[in-house]
Write a protein that binds this ligand. Structure first.
Ligand SMILES: Cc1cc2nc3c(=O)[nH]c(=O)nc-3n(C[C@H](O)[C@H](O)[C@H](O)COP(=O)(O)OP(=O)(O)OC[C@H]3O[C@@H](n4cnc5c(N)ncnc54)[C@H](O)[C@@H]3O)c2cc1C
Length: 317
């Protein structure tokens, strides 16, 4: 592809991404997709709606040498009772992971646990889960959401670590200008960080609008985290960045206990298989639950070509 055609394709992709993420809040679209989405192929990205369905997928991945991060879907909780229910459901997930002896940690969103209602409520919920996770030898990853929650998420993470909860990690988004400074601030506590590009709609005042800048920032953050940080989860399907990570790990002799690769369920299965066959640690984020709409829209926005996959399902065969 010539440079001009490539940059045109990238412009179109960026436009479609913004269009999909902007449309995601539309109640009519939400209703229609929520009604038919599972039948149209949401199951490609979501393990199912129940804990049993999650366990079946996790067992299969473990058998194939992949570790798992369990994500109970839900975000933007509006009622305190729902936030408490989400925390209780996560406790059930931890119990089930132990019972089934799964190679699986949990990943959660603070707004699911009540951050949008009261920061203290979500803190108490995640602290309870961190204690419970540690008691069964497990680990809690705090996902990163829209930029308006980033301060509260890092505050929660540092507060948990200061209170002695070490089986906890969080996420750094490469599209945010602030992330390099955030990483520097966290390094003294040897953080456990998952590095991602970033999946939300953010203004140019906070996030790099151009993909090439995001990729460059990702590479920089990854290098600092792998060489000066604690544990780094390299969460991307970008083959160039994965090659760079592998090169760094080799050159700087990064220990096998200091990093892992992470990918999303249903994305780049061939790349997943290749990494595992080469003996690299790989964890798959496996979401499940009934509230899969927002998650699905982010997956469609990341790769607008996924829309074709959905539209094809509409076509009578
Ligand atoms: C384990 C994990 C956890 C994450 N947690 C968070 C989080 O807490 N907060 C957050 O903001 N974001 C999170 N993300 C999402 C992340 O920010 C990106 O939106 C997503 O990973 C796509 O970026 P990429 O690094 O794969 O690179 P891209 O450049 O977007 O993609 C590289 C290639 O991967 C493939 N690909 C990527 N996405 C898709 C897709 N949806 N469908 C099909 N193919 C695809 C395509 O082949 C594409 O060319 C997470 C991602 C992963 C892997």
């Amino acid at each position: 592809m010539t440079l001009q055609r490539r940059s045109l394709a990238l412009d179109w992709e960026r436009l479609l991404r913004v269009a999909i993420l902007s449309a995601a809040d539309n109640p009519v679209l939400r209703k229609a997709v929520s009604r038919f989405g599972m039948r149209l192929g949401a199951g490609r990205f979501v393990a199912g709606e129940t804990l049993d369905e999650f366990v079946a997928v996790a067992l299969d991945l473990n058998r194939r040498g992949l570790k798992v991060a369990a994500g109970l879907l839900g975000e933007g909780t509006k009622q305190a009772t729902d936030a408490l229910r989400a925390a209780a459901e996560y406790e059930d997930v931890l119990t089930r992971i132990s019972g089934e002896r799964l190679q699986a940690t949990i990943a959660l969103k603070l707004t699911h646990l009540g951050l949008g209602i009261d920061e203290e409520l979500s803190y108490r919920n995640v602290e309870t889960l961190s204690r419970r996770a540690a008691s069964v030898g497990n680990f809690v990853r705090i996902d990163m959401e829209e930029s308006r929650f980033v301060d509260a998420t890092f505050d929660t993470y540092t507060r948990l670590r200061s209170a002695g909860h070490d089986s906890v990690g969080t996420v750094l988004q490469a599209y945010l200008y602030r992330s390099a400074a955030d990483l520097r601030g966290l390094i003294p506590m040897k953080p456990n960080l998952r590095i991602v590009k970033g999946a939300y709609l953010e203004p140019a005042s906070r996030a790099y609008p151009k993909k090439s800048d995001v990729d460059r920032n990702y590479a920089r953050l990854m290098e600092v985290s792998l060489t000066e940080g604690g544990f780094t989860a390299i969460a991307t399907h970008d083959a160039d960045l994965i090659d760079r990570a592998l090169d760094l790990i080799r050159r700087k002799s990064v220990g096998a206990d200091a990093y892992e690769f992470q990918m999303l369920y249903g994305v780049s299965p061939q790349l997943q298989a290749t990494l595992v066959a080469q003996g690299h640690p790989l964890r798959i984020a496996v979401p499940f639950g009934t509230q899969w709409y927002a998650y699905l829209m982010r997956r469609l926005a990341e790769r607008p070509a996924n829309l074709l996959f959905f539209l094809r399902a509409l076509w009578p065969s």
